[in-house]
Write a protein that binds this ligand. Structure first.
Ligand code: ADP
Length: 574
C-alpha cells in the first residue's frame, strides 16, 4: 500500500471514528432530551392542570371564580391530551363539569369529577413511569453504544499509533544507514524494503545508483591499476637506475637497472626500509646517505660503481616529491625518487680531455722553457746590443711566455686534480719561506703598479702542517689575483694568524671586490666574474680549493663589492 494511501486511510479512519462517536453521543443526548421533554410537556402539565382543577373543586360551588379557574384548566388539558384513554377521561370530566355548571348544588357531580381527575392523574403518572423507564433504557443503550464506539476508536487509534510511525520511520532509518555506507565508499550496499509503493520505488532507485557507483569505482580502479602498470613499465624500461621511497623512507619501487647495479633482487629492496637495506649493502648506503639532508647540502660527487663488467660513474639525483592535496594550501611531502644517471661515457671523454690537456701542457713546458732561455740569452749584453725597440719587443715576448708558462702550469695542475693524481706530502713546514716565495713571485707585478705588500703575522707562529709547494702555489695565486684586481698605489695585507687549532692565511686587497651573487661560484672551474680583466683561465681558485681541501684545510672569501676582497685559507697548526 502506498504511504500516501496509508496516511489518508489512517487519518481518515480516525476522523471517521471521531465523527461517529460525536454523532452517536449527539443522537443519544437528543433522544434523552426528547424523552424527558415529553414527560415535561405531556404529563407534568396535565398533572398541573389536574391539581388546579382539584383545588378549584374545593371552592365549588360557593366561589364563582373557582368555576372560571376549573374551566380554564380544563380547556388547557383538552389541548394537552397525549396518553391513551386520556381523551376519554378528559371528555368525561368536561361532561360532569358541564352538568355541575348547570346545577352547582349537585354534590354527586363534584365527587364524579374528582374521581375522573384522579383517573387522569393516574393515567399520566403511569405514563411518566413508563417514559422514565424508556429514558433509562435509552441512557443504558447510549452508554453501551458510545462505550463500544469509543473502544473501537481506541483500538483503531492504537493500531495506527503502533504501526504508522514505524511504517514511515523504519524505511527512512534503513535508507539513512545505506546512504552512510555509500558515503563510506561501500558500493556493495543494497537497500531491501519489504513495503510496496513509494519505499520500494525508493529502494529500487537507490540500488540502481549503488550498482552504477560500484561499476564506476571498479572501472576507475581498473584504470588506476592500468596507469600504475604503465608507469611501472616505464620506470622499469628506463636505462638509468631509479628507486622510489615513501614519506617514511620505505622503498616502494626500484627498476631492473637499480636491482642490476646493486645486485639486489627487487624483493630485497621493495617494501623494506631504506635504513635496513643500507646496513646490508654498502652501495645502497652510499646512494641513500644524503636522503635526509637538504637538497643544497647533498653531495654532488659522482658515485663509482662496478657495473656491466667495468667501472661506471653515476651522478645521483634525489628528487623530493611534494604534492598539494585537494583543498589544502600547503604542499605535503610524500616521498623521494633517487635517479642515478650513468655518466660513464662523459667521464671517459672528460678523462680523455684531461689526459690530452695534461700531455699538451706537459709537452709545452719544454719549448716554453727553451723560449725563455732564448729570451734571457738575447737580453744578455755580452751577446750583443739591442736597440730600445728590440728591448721592448723582447720584454713583450717575455711577458707572453711568462703568462703561457703560468697557464700551462695551471692546466697541468688541473689535470692532476681531475685525474685524482695530486700528491700531497704534509710536513711541519716553516711559514716564512711560503710567504717569501709568494711575495717574490708577485713582487715584479706589484712594483709595476706601485702596490705594497704588508705582512701582519702573529710572532708566535712559526710552522704549519702543510705541503709547502702546494700552499705556496695557493698563496701566490691569491697574491697574483690581489695585485691584478687592486688599483695602483694600493696596499695588500698578508695576514697569518691563529684560529683555534688552525693557522689562517689571508690576503686582503682594496680593489673592486666581488658581487655577492658570484661569491659562491668563483671557486668553480673555469668561472670568471663577467667583465674581469683578460688573461686569466678561471682555474686558479678552483685549483687552490682542491690543493687546500686535499690538505684537510678550509678555503673561502669575504668581499665587499666596491671595497675589496679578502681571500683566506686555514691549515692545521701541527
Ligand atoms: P683567473 O684569475 O685566472 O681568472 P681565478 O680562479 O684565480 O681565475 O679567479 C676567478 C675569478 O675570481 C676571477 O676571474 C675574478 O673575476 C675573481 N677574483 C679572484 N680574485 C679576485 C680579487 N682579489 N678581487 C676581485 N675579483 C677576484
Amino acid at each position: 500500500m502506498k504511504i500516501k494511501t496509508k496516511l489518508t486511510f489512517g487519518v481518515g479512519s480516525l476522523f471517521l471514528m471521531i465523527f461517529l462517536l460525536a454523532a452517536l453521543s449527539g443522537w443519544y443526548v437528543y433522544r434523552l432530551k426528547k424523552d424527558t421533554g415529553n414527560i415535561l410537556t405531556a404529563n407534568y402539565n396535565t398533572l398541573r392542570y389536574a391539581k388546579n382543577m382539584l383545588l378549584a373543586l374545593e371552592d365549588m360551588p360557593t366561589k364563582h371564580a373557582a368555576f372560571f379557574s376549573f374551566e380554564n384548566n380544563l380547556n388547557q388539558q383538552r389541548k394537552n391530551v397525549t396518553e391513551p384513554g386520556e381523551q376519554q377521561t378528559t371528555d368525561v370530566i368536561a361532561k360532569h363539569f358541564k352538568l355541575l355548571k348547570s346545577s352547582p348544588q349537585d354534590g354527586r357531580g363534584i365527587s364524579a369529577i374528582r374521581r375522573e381527575i384522579t383517573l387522569l392523574m393516574q393515567q399520566n403518572m403511569t405514563a411518566i413511569a413508563d417514559k422514565s423507564l424508556v429514558a433509562d433504557r435509552t441512557a443504558e443503550q447510549a452508554i453501551l453504544v458510545i462505550s463500544f464506539a469509543g473502544a473501537l476508536c481506541f483500538i483503531i487509534a492504537f493500531i495506527l499509533l503502533v504501526n504508522l510511525p514505524s511504517n514511515i520511520a523504519d524505511p527512512i532509518a534503513k535508507l539513512t544507514g545505506s546512504i552512510r555506507q555509500i558515503a563510506g565508499q561501500n558500493y556493495k550496499e543494497r537497500l531491501h524494503l519489504q513495503n510496496t509503493g513509494e519505499f520500494s520505488e525508493l529502494a529500487k532507485s537507490f540500488n540502481t545508483m549503488a550498482e552504477k557507483l560500484e561499476e564506476y569505482s571498479e572501472s576507475k580502479l581498473d584504470k588506476i591499476l592500468k596507469e600504475k602498470k604503465r608507469i611501472e613499465a616505464l620506470v622499469d624500461n628506463m636505462h638509468d637506475p631509479v628507486i622510489g621511497l615513501d614519506e617514511y623512507g620505505q622503498i616502494i619501487f626500484a627498476n631492473e637497472e637499480a636491482s642490476h647495479i646493486t645486485t639486489l633482487k627487487k624483493e630485497q629492496l621493495i617494501g623494506r626500509s631504506a635504513g635496513i637495506v643500507s646496513n646490508e649493502n654498502d652501495l645502497i648506503k652510499d646512494i641513500f646517505k644524503d636522503l635526509a639532508l637538504a637538497s643544497d647540502q647533498r653531495e654532488k660527487r659522482p658515485i663509482k660503481i662496478y657495473a656491466n663488467g667495468r667501472e661506471s660513474y653515476f651522478e645521483k639525483d634525489i628528487i623530493d616529491i611534494n604534492i598539494l592535496p585537494t583543498g589544502e594550501s600547503n604542499p605535503t611531502f610524500i616521498g623521494q625518487v633517487v635517479i642515478l644517471k650513468n655518466i660513464t661515457t662523459f667521464k671517459e671523454l672528460d678523462l680523455a680531455k684531461t689526459n690530452f690537456i695534461g700531455t699538451v701542457s706537459h709537452e709545452f713546458k719544454t719549448p716554453i722553457a727553451a723560449i725563455q732561455m732564448g729570451i734571457q740569452l738575447l737580453g744578455n749584453e755580452q751577446i750583443g746590443h739591442l736597440n730600445p725597440e728590440q728591448i721592448g719587443l723582447l720584454n713583450g715576448i717575455k711577458d707572453d711566455s711568462d703568462r703561457l708558462l703560468k697557464i700551462t702550469g695551471e692546466l697541468l695542475n688541473m689535470t692532476q686534480v681531475e685525474s685524482g693524481a695530486i700528491q700531497i706530502s704534509l710536513h711541519e713546514t716553516d711559514v716564512q719561506p711560503i710567504i717569501d716565495y709568494a711575495v717574490m713571485a708577485n713582487q715584479f707585478a706589484a712594483d709595476q703598479k706601485r702596490i705594497k705588500f704588508v705582512l701582519e703575522m702573529d710572532p708566535s707562529i712559526n710552522t704549519v702542517l702543510a705541503d709547502s709547494e702546494k700552499t705556496a702555489w695557493v698563496l701566490t695565486n691569491f697574491l697574483s689575483n690581489a695585485v691584478r684586481y687592486s688599483y695602483e698605489d694600493a696596499s695588500i695585507q698578508i695576514r697569518v694568524e691563529k684560529k683555534e687549532s688552525a693557522i689562517q692565511f689571508s690576503v686582503t686587497d682594496h680593489g673592486q671586490g666581488i658581487e655577492p651573487k658570484y661569491l659562491d661560484k668563483i671557486f668553480e672551474r673555469y668561472f670568471r666574474v663577467p667583465g674581469s680583466k683578460k688573461g686569466g683561465t678561471g682555474l686558479g681558485l678552483s685549483i687552490s680549493k682542491e690543493f687546500i681541501e686535499a690538505q684537510g684545510g678550509i678555503i673561502g672569501v669575504n668581499s665587499e663589492y666596491g671595497a675589496g676582497s679578502s681571500f683566506y685559507f686555514s691549515l692545521n697548526a701541527s
